[in-house]
Write a protein that binds this ligand. Structure first.
Ligand code: FAD
Length: 515
């Protein structure tokens, strides 16, 4: 006899009671299936903290579902998600299994043409693809700002009653650019959570099964339950949001997290809904009792979640085939071993990599202006960089990591989601993170000297190597005109220096050359 109960597959990034399939189900009439598989960690050397976060959060959620009276099937399978679900289906003669639309392509592909798997709109996001297309229907390009303004109006966030942006401007990005010094307000540290028995068991499992994967577990303290995730959010709102805007672009060796929220891994798993995060920030901003939150902070924070997070997801799904081969600058070098923790002597690099090894996290500006910048200036294959970001960060999932690395981080998509390549010499690092340069073994102001910061010659060399890009109308910026004015001997000396730096850092063959 067929089982008349509804079968729901809860994917690892759908751990939310707002999941529309769970919200509308009664425990007695519903089977929940969770799958833990080794095929995922076998694909790439995911950071140990990412594996623990994901597995522990899933085990906690399944436990909570059991406590709520749901019939829970928690399956361990060596070979992916489809085989165990198919087995269940056959054994129980279940016509259909239901699931929210899966975001990770590698998982979704397993269910291609499997009609028994019924996908439903993923209500853990704030916009749909149709909506995205409707915003850009008469346009050839997708501008994030256009989409962001649409989202502000749609959700009526920071809008006046006559549909104008609060404060008169849509975007306060220009006020998000202070650097941070130790005499400035001190950023409160994240309220790391002490691992409970479920988490400790998962930590042992990861150490035993994947001892050589990226990073370490020494400092593991990510929230793995909804309760802890809500406390984490509250900590951010009460302590960090006030300075979020002002120091959003700053970097510091002493304080690697500064005023950032560290909420991305929790939102991606479903432990927090992006809507509730935004509403909580607005509530604090509007509260007459609380500390006064500046508009540039709340707007900056809202823009990241309501704007960038949603926008990047659509960009990925629309362009995912283009992104596979995207390599605008035709870079082919392998990623240097510095990204695995070998010391480079460059404080900005070494300090950021250490934070990632210890936490599986670093904030946006270090991802963009330190890690992507260095790889791009060295000429690293964007696919190699993308793979690295994907396994090194606890919040990395293909739909969000790929447009960020291949679009924003390296411009290898040729400008789908950013207007120009984000590249920088030591000048920028020194301005936004004076501490990095002060304690570095290289000199930020040098160019050709032995101890000159490698970023400087690499930067000018990049402009020279990509003259075709920079010389076209609309892209002739200050750097390009400066490069044009350098005497030929100086250009040659820069090229020579850049070549020797590449040799120093790039010892292996490129990923594509090896194939
Ligand atoms: P906060 O600075 O506190 O920002 C608040 C929230 O805004 C974040 O939690 C996140 O949900 C959202 N957000 C901000 N910027 C972006 C963005 N560009 N894209 C999507 N969401 C955004 N983000 C990921 O979630 N996963 C990744 O794998 C990832 N890889 C990146 C790689 C590169 C090269 C770059 C430049 C950016 C990447 N980002 C990625 C975007 C961004 O850096 C992170 O979302 C952010 O640093 C997460 O830390 P936080 O929660 O402290 O963010």
């Amino acid at each position: 006899m067929e089982d008349s109960r509804k079968w729901i597959f809860v994917c690892f990034d759908q751990l939310s009671w707002e999941n529309q399939l769970l919200a509308g189900s009664t425990p007695e009439s519903t089977h929940l299936i969770f799958v833990e598989t080794e095929s995922k960690p076998r694909r790439r050397p995911y950071h140990k903290q990412k594996l623990v976060l994901l597995l522990s959060a899933m085990r906690h959620f399944a436990e909570e579902a059991r406590n709520r009276g749901f019939l829970v099937h928690y399956v361990h399978h060596p070979d992916g998600y489809k085989p165990p679900l198919e087995k269940f289906r056959n054994e129980n003669r279940v016509p259909e299994i239901h699931c929210l639309e899966i975001q990770e392509d590698e998982v979704r592909m397993e269910f291609q043409n499997q009609e028994w798997m019924v996908f439903h709109d993923n209500n853990l996001f704030l916009s749909t693809r149709d909506e995205f297309f409707s915003v850009f229907q008469n346009s050839k390009t997708y501008l994030q700002e256009t989409f962001y303004r649409y989202m502000r109006k749609k959700w009526n966030i920071l809008m006046t009653p006559d549909s104008k942006p609060v404060g008169g401007k849509w975007n306060y990005d220009s006020e998000n650019r202070s650097n941070w010094k130790s005499s400035d307000p001190y950023p409160p540290h994240p309220p790391w959570v002490k691992p409970d028995s479920i988490t400790r068991k998962v930590m042992d499992l990861v150490e035993e099964k994947f001892p050589d994967t990226y990073g370490n577990l020494d400092h593991f303290g990510w929230p793995v339950t909804r309760k802890d995730a809500l406390e984490w959010l509250e900590h951010f709102i009460k302590n960090n949001l006030v300075y979020f805007g002002k120091y959003e672009d700053a970097m510091s060796e002493e304080e690697p997290f500064l005023f950032h929220s560290l909420l991305s891994p929790l939102i991606h798993l479903g432990l927090l809904h992006p809507r509730e995060v935004i509403l909580r920030a607005l509530e604090e901003y509007e509260s007459p009792q609380g500390i006064s939150i500046p508009l540039e902070s709340v707007e900056g924070f809202v823009r990241q979640i309501l704007g960038w997070r949603e926008y990047m997801r659509h960009i990925f799904h629309i362009h995912k085939e283009d992104y596979k081969l995207a390599n605008y600058f035709r870079h082919t070098h392998p990623l240097p071993s510095v990204y695995w923790g070998e010391k480079s002597g460059m404080k900005c690099m070494d300090s950021t990599i250490q934070t990632i090894l210890d936490y599986g996290y670093s904030h946006h500006i270090t991802r963009l202006m330190v890690l992507s910048n260095f790889a791009n200036l060295l000429g690293v294959d964007p696919e190699a960089l993308n793979e690295w970001f994907w396994f090194a960060y606890v919040d990395a999932y293909e739909w969000v990591v790929t447009p960020n690395v291949k679009g924003m981080g390296t411009y290898s998509d040729g400008g789908i989601c950013s207007t120009k390549p984000y590249i920088a010499s030591a000048n920028y690092i020194k301005k936004m993170a004076p501490g990095f340069c002060k304690s570095c073994s290289y000199k930020a102001t040098g160019l050709l000297e032995d101890n000159a910061c490698p970023l400087n010659s690499l930067y000018w060399n990049f402009i020279g190597e990509n003259e075709n890009h920079y010389s076209s109308p609309g892209r002739r910026d200050f750097s390009w005109s400066t490069w044009k004015q350098f005497p030929e001997e100086k250009k040659d000396a820069i090229r020579k220096k850049a070549k020797s730096i590449r040799k120093q850092f790039l010892k292996k063959k490129s990923v594509r050359e090896q194939k």
